[in-house]
Design a protein around this ligand. Structure first.
Ligand code: NAG
Ligand code: NAG
Ligand code: NAG
Length: 337
């Protein structure tokens, strides 16, 4: 194993400089349009109409179709938006709460949960995102690139500590989605006893899922690890045999995840459990970059649009959108693809 050249990634991009530039933030995407229209509509509505709307909402049952759906998300940089639960909570005016939509992502624009919140939603979705760049499931099993990263365990604890802030427990009113594993695999695939390590990681993962269940969560979505071996970084730093080994670890992680999810569904009969395979979303774009406006499958650009990659390890908007579409297709309910 000494000949391997493991790539340890700095996944903790907190606020890419381009994120604050008007070039990426004010891009006239469908999402910002929708949001702007909603805000304009609000500003232009006479006060009496608003009061009437408030009154009729108050008179209907809390399960009326107008009550928002709550989406709670957990993960790493592929999911991060920089949400801080101590600041503004998600609302009609900013459905991810803080910072302003789409948040501090690593895609050059919205990421999958941004698209689920504003593009594939069939009603109002309010998203509470606990993802932290560089996260692994448990730092004691696979260390993140720096100790300040919030692991999945830390993220779940922050959620349970703050779960009282939001009224999310009505039946069918909330979904819990976890997309993690890129760093668990990326920081350990070359090590000895990797298969046993993956078993321990997934066992810990589902202890944390049980914590969510105990807090009242009943609708779960688990996203598999995508083919990160097709990222520009791995293609540049790993030879074919190393990539094949990493691919086999990804396959083991995903199959172990799927098995654990099935078991969890069996032992928690009132839970709705969905596993989303992210491989086709990546392959759809990477196999046909030209269809998605990119010259090839390996260029990267922080504009988030002209290449399939935002940087050498993070997918840009097209792939993130395809991941969201797949989640919407598999989960359905308040999402339509
Ligand atoms: C979140 O916001 C609170 C209140 O402003 C602040 O004290 C805290 O440091 C913030 N947390 C992070 C991780 O930025
Ligand atoms: C989807 O979410 C956006 C942003 O919150 C909202 O403006 C829009 O009305 C929602 N779509 C539907 C069909 O409710
Ligand atoms: C997991 O990864 C393997 C290998 O890349 C892939 O073939 C499989 O479809 C993935 N499964 C899920 C559920 O993500």
């Amino acid at each position: 194993m000494t000949t391997k050249h493991p790539h340890r990634h700095n996944n903790g991009i907190h606020k890419p400089s381009s994120q604050s530039s008007s070039a990426t933030q004010t891009d006239p995407s469908r999402d910002t349009h929708t949001l702007l229209h909603a805000m304009l509509a609000f500003l232009l509505t006479p006060l009496s109409t608003l009061l009437l709307a408030a009154l009729s909402t108050a008179l209907t049952s809390p399960k009326s179709p107008t009550s928002p759906h709550h989406l709670f998300t957990f993960g790493d940089s592929y999911s991060q938006t920089g949400f801080n639960i101590s600041l503004a909570l998600p609302s009609r005016s900013n459905p991810i709460g803080n910072p302003s939509f789409p948040g501090w992502t690593t895609s050059g624009g919205p990421n999958w949960l941004g698209y689920l919140t504003t593009r594939y939603n069939t009603s109002l979705v309010l998203t509470y995102n606990f993802a932290s760049g560089g996260a692994t499931v448990d730092a004691a099993l696979v260390a993140p690139y720096t100790p300040s990263v919030l692991s999945l365990g830390d993220q779940v604890r922050i959620f349970t500590d703050n779960a009282h802030l939001v009224d999310w427990r009505a039946a069918g009113a909330s979904t819990f989605a976890v997309w993690i594993g890129v760093n668990d695999v990326g920081n350990s695939w070359w090590m000895d006893d990797e298969t046993a390590r993956v078993q321990r990681i997934i066992a810990r993962y589902f202890e944390l899922v049980a914590d969510l269940y105990d807090a009242g969560a009943r609708r779960f979505v688990f996203l598999g690890v995508p083919p990160i071996t097709r990222s520009p970084l791995v293609l540049r730093t790993s030879d074919a045999p190393s990539r094949a080994l990493e691919d086999s670890v990804i396959a083991t992680f995903n199959s172990t995840l799927s098995t654990a999810a099935r078991q969890f569904a069996t032992t928690h009969a009132d839970a709705h459990v969905y596993v989303v395979n992210t491989t086709p979303a990546f392959a759809t774009a990477l196999d046909h970059p030209e269809v998605y406006g990119a010259p090839d499958a390996t260029c990267f650009n922080e504009d988030g649009r002209s290449c399939l990659w935002f940087n050498d390890y993070h997918p840009a908007m097209a792939i993130q959108g395809l991941v969201a579409r797949e989640v919407a297709r598999v989960v359905g309910g308040v999402w339509g693809a």
